[in-house]
Design a protein around this ligand. Structure first.
Ligand code: PLP
Length: 419
């Protein structure tokens, strides 16, 4: 197939793409004189009008501090904040809203569990199981608590395609295992992990499980009860919501047993200089004035996603991934990193002999935004023997025409480098 004969197929029938795209004002602009093609959704997604207007509406009409005053605006702000918690809880299948702690994002959620839940239980010689395809946010917090206590990390290996090698998974568990933490979907490879099966194994050994859902929640239905995990972490900004807000879901029995992570206003029941009594979860973990507008925006993002359906969004994105992967094979020198199935709509690749930063810079001049670098997953780069990759990651508003623009941009990169 030549570069001038792209394979044309109908766009996903399930979605009214034109309507979806109309919801995202930022998409309708030119970058370097070309219509923007935004394919950096794994880093952060764009925001629909519903979210932008929820933020604006909150600040225009309801802004006040939460849980603190009896006046009308304070009541409205509190209601809006707690309504967002309810929406998030329902969205992921939590049993009750109080199992949802609002945090800054996935990173803070994992740190909260590492320090509040695991740290007090950890002794020298204990073990934490991670996988070889984790984002740094699901490595470093565990490393920090392990360093403090003399515990150690054990890592599930990754094969050539980017799947976990699970043959010996169960043998990693022993009497010293204190935690299993794993991604739901790899941000670098797109691999969807068999989280339910792996959680079953951990539970057989009485080991609590945290799942990093940063790359999952916007692209498939997530049901924390069905997975059977103990904690589930995700970020609002990767699911069409605002930055600075995310959620940690945890089993109430765990949350109740956890010490606060930070002290301050809102997280106490009673304070004296002799000692303080902590509020029950989730307030116990939400010290200080929270990101109220962010939570309201996240609630709006949840409603937006629910109206489309995360599974419908995921199906459309996987369709784009298959198309993009096929067309990428036309590009001389291109190697896809991460070919394991099942796979979410993340296409990481290297162009032989060309640095990923050059790929990203040239694509940008064509109006195409991709992520380049180690993707905060250096162990994955080491596993595949590359210093960096370029990554196109798809969202519900992307189109086949945009994939064609990416492919044309990659031909341009090769041309610039005389290939
Ligand atoms: N985990 C995964 C799999 C991610 O992709 C990311 C962000 O790229 C994170 C964690 C960190 O998310 P945040 O920066 O929103 O805390």
């Amino acid at each position: 197939m030549t570069r001038h004969a792209p394979e044309r197929m109908p766009e996903s029938a399930a979605l009214d793409l034109e309507r979806v795209r109309a919801d995202f004002p930022v998409l309708h602009q030119r970058v370097h004189g070309r219509p923007l093609v935004y394919l950096d959704n794994g880093a952060t997604t764009q925001k629909p009008l519903a979210v932008i207007e929820a933020l604006s509406g909150y600040y225009r009409h309801d802004n006040a501090n939460v849980h603190r005053a009896v006046h009308t605006l304070a009541q409205r702000a509190t209601d809006a904040y707690e309504a967002a918690r309810q929406r998030v809880a329902r969205f992921i299948g939590a049993q009750a809203p109080n199992e949802v702690v609002f945090v800054r994002g996935t990173t803070e959620a994992i740190n909260l569990v590492a320090w509040s839940f695991l740290r007090p239980r950890l002794r020298a010689g204990d073990e934490i199981i991670l996988t070889g395809l984790e984002h740094h946010s699901n490595i470093v917090p565990w490393q920090l608590v392990a360093e403090e206590t003399g515990a150690r990390l054990r890592v599930v290996p990754v094969d050539e395609q980017g799947a976990l090698i699970l043959d010996d998974f169960e043998s990693l568990f022993n009497a010293r295992t204190r935690m299993l933490a794993m991604a739901h979907v790899s941000n670098a490879l797109g691999t969807i992990l068999p989280v339910q099966e792996m959680t079953d194994v951990a539970r057989r050994h009485g080991v609590p499980v945290l799942i990093d859902g940063a790359q999952a929640v916007a692209h498939q239905t997530v049901d924390v009860q069905a997975i059977g995990c103990d904690f589930y972490a995700f970020s609002g900004h990767k699911m069409y919501g605002p930055t600075g807000i995310g959620a940690l879901w945890g089993r109430m029995s765990h949350l109740q047993a956890m010490r606060p992570y930070q002290g301050g206003g809102e997280m106490i029941r009673r304070v004296s200089f002799e000692g303080s009594e902590y509020a029950p979860p989730p307030a116990r973990f939400e010290a200080g004035t929270p990101h109220i507008a962010g939570a309201v925006g996240l609630g709006a993002a949840v409603s937006y996603l629910e109206a489309i359906g995360p599974d419908a969004a995921g199906a459309h994105e996987r369709d784009l991934l298959q198309y993009a992967t096929r067309r990428a094979q036309e590009i001389p020198g291109l190697r896809v990193i991460g070919t394991a199935e099942p796979k979410a709509a993340i296409l990481s690749f290297v162009l032989e002999g060309i640095h990923a930063h050059d790929v990203g810079t040239i694509l940008d001049t064509e109006g195409v935004a991709v992520r380049v670098g180690h993707l905060c997953a250096m162990p994955v780069m080491q596993r595949f023997g590359v210093p960096a990759v370029a990554r196109a990651s798809f969202a519900v508003y992307n189109t086949r025409d945009e994939v064609d623009r990416l492919i044309a941009g990659l031909w341009k990169v090769n041309e610039v480098f005389g290939r």
